[in-house]
Design a protein around this ligand. Structure first.
Ligand code: AMP
Length: 294
């Protein structure tokens, strides 16, 4: 991780320990200010900044955290090579009006002797959880910890990670946390590819192929709009577009209830179509609520 020079951040505090985080929170509370929180793993892009903006609209003060959380990566996954662009991230956040950056290290989050786990089941074993066992337990654990540390009034999450959004909303509700959960629509490139820190792994050919996720989602949405109500037909249409693009693996294409993420057998409410593919070693996910109207 890059080091942050002491003098590089005159207005946006970079909080690396719990005592300074708690002092900063107490100051906000003393002013009667509400706190919005945006957890991230850094390598920030305009999708993250849309979350920051939504938090700024919802509360007077916004904390963004950057922590590449080891417990949500599987042993064969990209934890070691996950992009780390701290100095650039810090400058972006400061320019975008972030009030404080919480930058814990692994020793702060998981001190020696740590034993606790957080499971949100069966949601955490479905969809992405099938190919990434333990991933959502890692996400649930780190977000529970971060929420206890930051004690925000509002947490802002991206709908790009739709299963994560539903799972964390469930967790906040189940554990009776007095926190509002806000979801922000996916920010996309001009050709529809959802912004992701992992897009930088794609070579030119894969970047071209990656457009298939959005194309598949739009095709299914348009089909629904022309009256198709059979979930299997909608899923199959999307799957064929993914397969035709030559991606290496189509992990899943699933039409689900947008609130519970349970399978839908008959479409009543607007369902969500979720998908995951692999291009080489890079795994990309995307989703879209198949609404009848915009
Ligand atoms: P990450 O840094 O990838 O863990 O993501 C941090 C937060 O940013 C999560 O709530 C993501 O859902 C959200 N996010 C990531 N990419 C996008 C995007 N393209 N549009 C909106 N939110 C996003």
């Amino acid at each position: 991780m890059d080091s942050i020079p002491e003098t590089s951040s005159p207005s946006m505090p970079v909080l690396t320990d719990l005592a300074s985080l708690r002092r900063w929170i107490a100051d906000c509370r003393a002013q009667g200010e509400q706190i919005g929180f945006v957890p991230t793993m850094g390598a920030l892009h305009p999708g993250h900044l849309a979350l920051l903006q939504a938090a700024r609209n919802a509360t007077q003060r916004v904390v963004v955290s950057i922590f590449v959380n080891p417990t949500q990566f599987g042993p064969q996954e990209d934890f070691a090579r996950y992009p780390r662009t701290l100095e650039q991230d810090r400058a972006l956040l400061e320019k975008a009006g972030c009030d404080a950056l919480f930058l814990p290290d692994a020793a702060l989050m998981y001190p020696p002797g740590f034993q606790t786990t957080v499971q949100v089941e069966p949601l955490g074993s479905d969809l992405c959880g099938r190919t990434r066992p333990g991933h959502f337990a890692g996400v649930a654990l780190v977000v529970t910890l971060l929420l206890h540390m930051v004690q925000p009034d509002v947490i802002v999450l991206g709908l790009k990670d739709y299963q994560q959004f539903v799972l964390l909303r469930r967790l906040v509700q189940d554990l009776a946390m007095p926190i509002q959960v806000v979801g922000v629509p996916t920010v996309r490139e001009s050709d529809g590819l959802a912004l992701s820190s992992r897009n930088r792994y794609l070579d030119e050919k894969q970047r071209h192929q990656a457009r298939c996720l959005y194309q598949a989602l739009v095709a299914a949405r348009d089909m629904r709009r022309s009256g198709q109500t059979d979930p299997l037909v909608l899923e199959e249409t999307a799957r064929q577009i993914l397969e035709a693009s030559g991606v290496d693996v189509v992990e899943y294409v699933a039409l689900r209830d947008q609130v519970t993420l349970l399978p839908v057998t008959r479409i009543q409410e607007d369902p969500v179509l979720l998908m995951a593919v692999k291009l080489g070693t890079t795994r990309l996910i995307d989703n879209m609520v198949l609404s009848v109207a915009d």
